[in-house]
Design a protein around this ligand. Structure first.
Ligand code: FAD
Length: 422
């Protein structure tokens, strides 16, 4: 059996990059097609894509990177993380005093890790770049696919100094396509024409917008810890029952913060073009924030940064025949409240390749069947194993919004926590 397969990965986000690494490590000829330009190239990357977006990386994602067969990946990644041992709840007592309450995630002190999504993505791309069997195709947008004939089409955007941007179309073939092209996946869309896919998408009534708590300017450059205005080792939450504000540490002493709130609240805050409704709203519901982010900066961030929707997607199956499989947000975009979207996507990759390897080994030992037959069984098993787990994480993520914005405050939460730890 010829083990060298042509694997094309659509999407060079964190999940697609890890999938490419797993495939390349197995000796496959790997091609990565990405709609955008190379995010490592500051001359072509749009500003809103270089902006720091912090995520919580957990054991699920770390374990997937540990098994990528590249020991230096895990060292590089871990070196750029900040451990968060629990959440810090911020509020105001009846007498008006502000309080902070630390709620550890784990009795044994285990942590989740704050990481810059762009930084993680760049590290993965750097490692892939060194592999001789990997080729990148940036500015390539998947526009069509035939999963019976294993052909795909891309719109390619070339920049020419004289004519600006010009588009042309190319056709490629492949043995396996891995769709890691995010929530609005083109791979999933084309796969639907070949398989009876159940599909459900829900936009929740919540928008999100980013803010930043700056580093302490008076701190010496050498002492990172003293640069943070609040504890760096917590995920900070200002619960507001129907909305919330959170802050995650960055490795320059700042915090990336997010306001999650219903669309009607955003409309209310937008209704005064001067932005004057914003600081008093924060003072009332997120006590202490205006002493960390100056009111003028709060207003500027709210008006400058996009107000983005949150989508939750479930579908089934995740594959068609032996030719295509979807992973990450393409298969199960989820709301971010469980901090598991990327982690679950990275875990998809580990599980997918474990199953592919298992079937390849079985075929080598017994029937000597062709690679595509082995892969077809592997992809079917992947769907069977992964769909129930991914759907469960989608549901948990939706439920955890109530936990984060309201239940963390209730006496019932404290009693339950006490009983869990007793
Ligand atoms: P993406 O990151 O969306 O990458 C998809 C790639 O495919 C992109 O580069 C895109 O340009 C490319 N692409 C799209 N269409 C095409 C096409 N037609 N042709 C070629 N390329 C294409 N997750 C966590 O684990 N922990 C967290 O704490 C966390 N916090 C979050 C907070 C917020 C506010 C949000 C919105 C999400 C959060 N997530 C978190 C989720 C996480 O960001 C996603 O799950 C993760 O980025 C998904 O990675 P991906 O590689 O599957 O998709």
């Amino acid at each position: 059996m010829d083990k060298k397969q042509k694997v094309v990965v659509i999407g060079a986000g964190p999940v697609g990059s890890l999938a490419a690494l797993y495939a390349a490590n197995r000796g496959d000829a790997v091609e990565i097609y990405e709609l955008r330009s190379d995010l490592r190239d500051p001359s072509t990357t749009p500003l809103n894509f270089t902006k720091s977006i912090n995520l919580a990386l957990s054991e699920r994602g770390i374990n997937a990177m540990r098994h990528a067969g590249q020991p230096k990946l895990i060292d590089h990644v871990m070196g750029a993380t900040i451990p968060m041992r629990g959440r810090m709840i911020h509020g105001r007592r009846a007498n008006g005093d502000l309080y902070e309450e630390s709620q550890d995630y784990d009795v044994h002190g285990r942590c989740i890790l704050a990481i810059d999504r762009g930084g993680l993505n760049k590290r993965l791309l750097d490692i892939l770049e060194e592999m001789p069997n990997v080729t990148f195709f940036f500015n390539h947008k998947l526009t069509g696919a035939d999963f019976r004939r294993n052909k795909a089409w891309f719109e390619v955007r070339d920049s020419t100094p004289s004519q600006g941007q010009r588009a042309r179309e190319i056709e490629i073939d492949f043995d396996l396509m891995i769709g890691a092209d995010g929530a609005h996946s083109a791979v999933r869309y084309h796969m639907m024409k070949y398989t009876r896919m159940d599909y459900q998408q829900v936009y929740i009534d919540t928008l999100w917008c980013e803010f930043q708590i700056p580093p302490r300017t008076t701190a010496p450059n050498t002492d990172l810890k003293s640069k943070f205005l609040i504890s760096p080792n917590h995920l900070h939450i200002w619960p507001g029952h129907e909305f919330m504000f959170i802050a995650i540490p960055s490795d320059d002493g700042s915090f990336t913060c997010t306001l999650f709130a219903p669309a009607a609240l955003y409309e209310h805050l937008e209704s005064d073009p001067s932005g004057e409704l914003i600081p008093p709203f924060f003072d009332k519901h997120f006590p202490g924030v205006t002493s960390l982010i100056p009111p003028a900066e709060l207003i500027a961030s709210f008006q400058r940064n996009p107000h983005l929707p949150l989508i939750s997607i479930k579908c089934k199956p995740y594959h068609y025949g032996s030719s295509v499989v979807i992973v990450g947000d393409a298969a199960h975009a989820m709301v971010p409240f469980y901090g598991q979207g990327m982690n679950a996507g990275l875990e998809d990759v580990r599980i997918l390749f474990d199953i592919i390897d298992k079937h390849a080994r079985m075929d080598e030992l017994s029937t000597g069947a062709v690679a595509s037959a082995s892969r077809e069984r592997a992809l079917a098993e992947y769907t069977a194993v992964r769909v129930p787990d991914a759907h469960a994480i989608n549901d948990l993520a939706l439920q955890n919004y109530v936990e984060m914005r309201a239940s963390v405050l209730s006496p019932v939460y404290k009693l339950r926590k006490f009983l869990e730890e007793a």
